[in-house]
Design a protein around this ligand. Structure first.
Ligand SMILES: *Cc1c(COP(=O)(O)O)cnc(C)c1O
Length: 411
């Protein structure tokens, strides 16, 4: 029995009982009955905790772990994760408001994003969190806030490095990018900071997302330290914080190999030891979203109709791309591939058939499974999309076609 897919082997957190998918000890039918409606997202807190424990084993004590809220901002999820990590990264004023409801100290909350509004910068300065400044406009605006209010905003410089995270699912650095300040312009920005009433905190060097190759991640972590050491020579004060990125990926598609953490652990130990010599005041950190929550969640919908069109089976479900854009293949995929999908209440049942799973929207893009091998299913059966804990609901165009929103539960 392989739940995730034939290539990936068994799912790390979810099992099968009576041929039903089991989450947090409950069968999928029991979960659906207790929610009272479909579709829904379900997240497993034990899975999230297990994943964080695994990460703690990989990170040297000198490297902190931050959670990037945008991966899954459900308030219960954020509240559950908050005490298990060392800090939170936010990407908007609303995410900041959520982060401020946790017990984290303000210095352990940071705000990145290329288009922070003046209202968001005001909020960040008033809260006393660390702003990862992405332009000199942000530096000067924060300085004007400081002059008005008498506070001294904490500022790190987000650097657009002169290297990229190779083989990354989503490149966010190297070359021309909207993120951060180009590495070659950072010395000038640091020079300007000397005369501004800002508290220099350090550097944020994030280079990409969804990477499954440990060599690339290790290389970008080493490069981030080298770059920070070079830039530190121009800094108005000691580097107290160095965010060396994240980007750990999870397997989604046939052929994806699970990220091997052992070499990352060895590399991080070396990077941390090196940093202790070269940037003795710096607290290192990595920030992860997807890796913490992605495998701990499912999206579940119910089959409404079963149709055969010119020889192909279509299972029409009550959910789709409006709730889970990424699973439809329209959130950054170049060539559409299937997320792992199962008939959740008859996972291994025979007979099997090749079927399409489509949503209720009036567009052929509303596709959750393209000709997949599934147990033969009927209206009333449940379909589960695995690997759906990150970039699911809040990364989807919920308003499109005005269907109701799905439920969300943390078990
Ligand atoms: C999106 C983002 C993250 C989280 O990325 P994951 O791939 O979910 O781990 C972390 N930091 C920054 C700056 C981001 O933009």
């Amino acid at each position: 029995m392989t739940l995730l897919s034939r290539q990936h082997g068994p799912h790390p957190y979810f099992g099968v009982r009576d041929d039903q998918l089991v989450v947090a000890g409950k069968t999928i039918e029991a979960i659906a009955a207790s929610i009272g409606r479909t579709p829904f997202y379900v997240y497993d807190r034990a899975a999230i905790a297990a994943r964080i424990a695994e990460l703690r084993d990989v990170l040297p004590t000198r490297v902190d772990l931050h959670y990037a809220i945008k991966a899954n901002p459900m308030p219960e999820v954020v509240q559950f994760i908050a005490p298990l990590v060392d800090g939170l990264d936010v990407a908007s004023g609303r995410e900041l408001t959520l982060a401020l409801t946790t017990d984290h100290s303000r210095a352990d909350i940071s705000f990145a994003g290329p288009g922070k509004s003046t209202a968001e910068l005001d909020q960040a300065a008033a809260a006393g969190i660390v702003v990862n400044a992405e332009s000199t406009r942000e530096l000067h605006y924060l300085a004007s806030v400081a002059e008005r209010s008498g506070t001294k905003p904490r500022v790190a410089i987000r650097v657009n490095p002169d290297f990229e995270l190779k083989t990354s699912g989503m490149k966010m650095s190297g070359g021309p990018k909207q993120f951060g300040i180009d590495a070659e312009q950072v010395p000038q920005a640091l020079e300007e900071m000397r005369s501004l009433p800002l508290e220099f905190f350090g550097f944020h060097i994030f280079s990409g997302s969804q990477n499954l190759r440990h060599e690339s991640i290790a290389e970008s972590q080493r490069n981030a330290l080298d770059l920070a050491v070079k830039l530190a020579a121009h800094a108005p004060g000691p580097v107290r914080m160095l965010n060396i990125g994240g980007g750990f990926g999870i397997p989604y598609f046939p052929g994806d190999r699970r990220l091997d953490l052992a070499p990352i652990k060895a590399n991080l130990a070396a990077v941390a030891a090196d940093a202790a010599q070269r940037l003795p005041d710096a607290q290192l950190m990595i920030e992860l979203g997807r890796y913490i929550v992605g495998e701990a969640g499912l999206y579940v919908c119910r089959i409404l109709d079963r149709k055969v069109s010119r020889g192909q089976v279509f299972l029409v479900v009550d959910g789709g791309l409006h709730h889970h854009l990424a699973a439809s293949g329209n959130f950054g995929q170049v060539i559409r591939k299937n997320y792992p999908v199962v008939i959740a209440n008859r996972v291994n049942a025979e007979p099997r058939e090749v079927a399409n799973v489509v949503g209720p929207l009036c567009t052929p893009l509303d596709l959750l499974a393209d000709r997949m091998d599934l147990a033969r299913a009927e209206p009333g059966d449940l379909v589960a999309v695995m690997q759906s804990g990150a970039y699911g609901l809040t990364a989807s165009p919920l308003g499109f076609l005005s269907h109701p929103a799905p439920s969300e539960v943390l078990l």
